[in-house]
Every structure is written in structure tokens, then in C-alpha cells.
Design a protein around this ligand. Structure first.
Ligand code: CP
Ligand code: NVA
Length: 303
């Protein structure tokens, strides 16, 4: 059974096939084709934290492939008791968004259907997969590229990017204050694919892609004031972008705190691919749902 809990749960070749299928599904939707690869399949979305994109993009993905999605959120369900064996009886795949990675892993232990990580404290692999698809769509192969991540280097987005750097052979130029760096073991595992600095300008120097994320992630609200202070100078604004390669693109998983980690001007500007990135969540996750439910993406050879 293929779960997708972290970026490295996919092999390089599987990611290539997934991206090819996502691009095909995106094009076919634009052309008005209807798909039925997940006809009769049910995806259960277990949301223990707030979400707009993840809920909508997975639900739309399942529906547009001929299946459907049912969402349970904390507070309206008995998720706290953990009912993975029961849910497995109804679902063909589960997308779970939760707090600690251990909570996701405990769910997986009892699940007999594939589970996809819809964000945990330790990673946001579906988002990073989509971000890399968006990079390739916009500026070509990620291999050999320089991707700057500016801001919270200890957060779920930075940690999933770090994992992807090793797997897909790009350099992650991380610009983060010393107290907000990835766990040492994860940084070590990335080897030469990670370059770390406390200077945001040095981080974006020569970068093909500049990525940022909120300074205060869900669950860290009590630290918001201290984080706001710690990340002063790490805003992705026009001045910082001038240190990146001309034509560098900007990504942000959203939701953004405009004026904090990124300015309105950059988010809405010509280098931003943020809204393509958001839409691409659905296309990439369609391919991912096929991968975990069907044991591989549906045939990419068109009839
Ligand atoms: N980027 C992302 O995962 O957005 P949501 O929190 O709205 O799902
Ligand atoms: N790092 C953010 C990402 C939101 C999609 C959070 O965990 O809140």
C-alpha cells in the first residue's frame, strides 16, 4: 500500500510520472474532457486544522476524476478517538491534516487504505510537490536550480523542501534566523543540497525561485509576537527580489500574511506564480490520488 506521508515516499521516477499526468489532466480539463479514473472511489478528508486549499482541491480532484470526497473536521466528528479502522471500511484513501507527525503515523498504523499527509507540524508534502510542479511548468526542470526559502526554516514547508532538494537534485538556499532552522538530522541528510544563511539577501542571491511561508504556523499562535520580532528583515519585498536572478519566480503556499513575510506588491506582481501554484494543487493531487488508489497514475497515453 502506498501512503504519501513525506516527499521521499515517492521515488524520482514516480514523481516524473505524477507530474506528466498532472500536466495532462490540467490540459484535458482546459479542453473540457471528463475523467472517470476514480469512478466509485471515496476519499475521506480528516481535517484537524483549518484549511481552504487542501479541502477544496482534494474534494474537487476526487469529484473531477469521477469519485467523491467526504470531509470530517475536528469538532464535528469523533476524530479525537481515532477511528482509522472504521474509516478504512468506507474510504479508498484518506487525506489527514493534523498536528504532530506521530498522530498521523498512529492513524496510518491502523489504516488499511492509503493515507496522504495533508499537512502536519513536520511537513507539507502535497504542497511542496505542487510547488515543484509549478516551478517546472514555469521555468523548466528543477534539477540544478537554486531555490531560496526565506523565513521559518523550522516549519513544515521548509522541511518538505529540504527533503525534496536531495531527491530532485536542486539546491535549497535557506535564509532563516538561527533559532528557526530545520532539525539537524534533516539538514545533514540534505548534504550539499542545503546552503544556510542568516542573511535573507545572501539566501536569495542567484536564486531561480524564491519561496516563503507564514512566520507563525497553525498551532504557534501563542508565539506570534516573538516570531514577528525574530523575522524582522526577512520580508520578501521588491528590494529583496532584486537580489535574486532576473526573472526569478515567487511562490507562497497561502494563506499569506501580506505585509509580514511577503508584500502585496510581490505577491500580486509579475514574478508571482502564487495563484497558478494554488490551482496546481488540484491537478497534482489528482495524479497523487490515482497513484495511491490505483497503484500508479492512470495511463498517460491518450486514446
Ligand atoms: N496551502 C494550503 O495548504 O492551504 P490551506 O491551509 O488553505 O489548505
Ligand atoms: N506553515 C503553514 C502552512 C499553511 C498551509 C502552517 O502550518 O500553518
Amino acid at each position: 500500500m502506498s501512503h504519501f506521508l513525506r516527499v521521499r515516499d515517492l521515488q524520482k521516477g514516480e514523481i516524473r510520472r505524477l507530474f506528466a499526468r498532472a500536466a495532462q489532466l490540467k490540459r484535458r480539463r482546459r479542453e473540457g474532457h471528463l475523467e472517470d479514473s476514480l469512478a466509485g472511489k471515496t476519499v475521506v478528508l480528516l481535517m484537524e486544522k483549518a484549511s481552504t486549499r487542501t479541502r477544496l482541491s482534494f474534494a474537487a480532484a476526487a469529484f473531477q476524476l469521477g469519485g467523491h470526497a467526504i470531509e470530517l473536521s475536528a469538532g464535528t466528528s469523533q476524530l479525537a478517538r481515532g477511528e482509522p479502522r472504521v474509516i478504512s471500511g468506507y474510504a479508498d484513501a484518506v487525506v489527514m491534516r493534523t498536528t504532530a507527525d506521530a498522530r498521523l503515523e498512529e492513524f496510518v498504523r491502523w489504516s488499511s487504505v492509503p493515507v496522504i499527509n495533508g499537512l502536519t507540524d513536520g511537513g507539507h508534502p502535497v504542497q511542496v510537490l505542487t510547488d515543484l510542479f509549478t516551478v517546472e511548468e514555469s521555468i523548466g526542470a528543477v534539477a540544478g536550480k537554486r531555490i531560496a526559502f526565506v523565513g521559518d526554516g523550522s516549519g513544515n514547508m521548509a522541511r518538505s523542501f529540504l527533503e525534496a532538494a536531495l531527491l530532485l537534485d536542486f539546491t535549497l538556499q535557506l535564509g532563516a534566523p538561527p533559532a528557526f532552522r530545520p532539525p539537524a538530522g534533516e539538514a545533514q541528510a540534505a548534504g550539499r543540497h542545503l546552503e544556510v544563511t542568516g542573511d535573507p539577501r545572501a539566501a536569495v542571491a542567484g536564486a531561480d525561485v524564491v519561496v516563503t511561508d507564514v512566520w507563525t504556523s497553525m498551532g504557534q499562535e501563542a508565539e506570534a509576537a516573538a516570531r514577528l520580532k525574530a523575522f524582522q528583515g526577512f520580508t520578501v519585498d521588491a528590494a529583496l527580489m532584486s537580489a535574486a536572478r532576473p526573472g526569478a519566480i515567487v511562490l507562497h503556499c497561502l494563506p499569506a500574511h501580506r505585509g509580514e513575510e511577503i508584500t502585496d506588491e510581490v505577491l500580486e506582481g509579475p514574478q508571482s506564480r502564487v495563484f497558478e501554484e494554488a490551482e496546481n494543487r488540484m491537478h497534482v493531487q489528482k495524479a497523487l490520488l490515482e497513484h495511491v488508489i490505483l497503484g500508479g497514475v492512470a495511463d498517460i497515453i491518450e486514446a
